[in-house]
Design a protein around this ligand. Structure first.
Ligand code: ZN
Length: 206
């Protein structure tokens, strides 16, 4: 396999990218000017060392000193009694931009497709359970599930409940749903600040 074919097969591994699109990406790289292609290869090469996964919330963050936890998890001004479970990193970015939430996060690692319920090996079920148990010792008072209002999002929320629901109920910790404050089909990642603000204000317990 030549380098072009190898690059195509790397692009094919990207989420949502098919064979044809992978080819277009690879040919685009071929036509890039030298500065851009050098910058792209530098960024890809250095990314893993400079961006790491937070050991607590599992979001990716930039680091120069190789610390284990991100600035949100270690912040003393955040409310450590609140935990918001989201599907992916980009949901956190949208919520932080809206500036309406002061608690901690947990990145679940994706959603559980309604029609392929066995496809949960990338999801952080056991890590979430461990995080919740640790947070309970530190006074956890509310867990919010922030998944999209669509069948996969609802299915993921049910899956999360099956993992931590009982423990939270025993401890009297309320579970709220951010999705019910969003309109049907909305995804946090693409929601504007006002929509996210409303979602928090209207979050419901069932
Ligand atoms: Zn973190």
């Amino acid at each position: 396999m030549n380098n072009l074919d190898k690059l195509i097969s790397q692009f094919e591994k990207f989420p949502g990218v098919g064979a044809r699109q992978a080819k277009r990406f690879a040919f685009h790289v071929l036509t890039m000017n030298e500065a851009d292609s050098k910058e792209l290869s530098r960024l890809v090469g250095e990314l893993k060392g400079s961006v790491v996964e937070c050991s607590s919330c599992h979001r990716y963050f930039s680091t120069v000193t190789n610390e284990a936890m991100c600035s949100i998890c270690t912040s003393s001004t955040r409310n450590h009694q609140k935990l918001l479970v989201v599907a992916q990193d980009s949901d956190i970015q949208a919520i932080e931009r809206a500036g309406v939430y002061d608690g901690l996060y947990f990145v679940f690692g994706g959603t559980l497709p309604l029609l392929n319920a066995k496809d949960n090996n990338k999801l952080r079920g056991s890590a979430l359970k461990a995080t919740v148990e640790k947070r309970l010792e530190e006074g956890l008072s509310e867990v919010t599930l922030g998944f999209a209002v669509n069948p996969d999002g609802e299915n993921t929320a049910r899956f999360v409940e099956s993992i931590i629901g009982e423990t939270l109920k025993e401890k009297g910790v309320s579970v709220t749903y951010l999705g019910r404050g969003l309109s049907t089909g909305s995804e946090l990642e693409y929601a504007d600040a006002e929509t996210i603000k409303n979602a928090f204000q209207n979050r419901q317990t069932q």
